[in-house]
Unconditional design. Sequence first.
Length: 115
Amino acid sequence: QVQLVESGGGLVQSGGSLRLSCAASREIIGWLTMAWYRQSPEKTRELVARLFPSGSTDYVDFIKGRFTISRDSGKNELYLQMNNLNPGDTAVYYCNIYTAADDFWGQGTQVTVST
């Protein structure tokens, strides 16, 4: 089994930045996607950004140009750099690693953006 632990969330003012991290307990061989999702109380969990083994990335429209997904394979860590945050970005952010056989989730980290 693999444990994913997110960190880096917190309270930030509108226009500010945060960098989320997701540490995996071990290397995951054969992963298909690494991703960040978010969920706010009034919405279902939604995809934010994905990373593929090729290195290509995929972002949802509402964060394009503001967020960047990346990884450090040597540390088994996934990151989400978030810039120009606004109150609409307030949510619990979850990292996800998807393989053909498993779907791993972290416990989430709260991001709150104040006006």
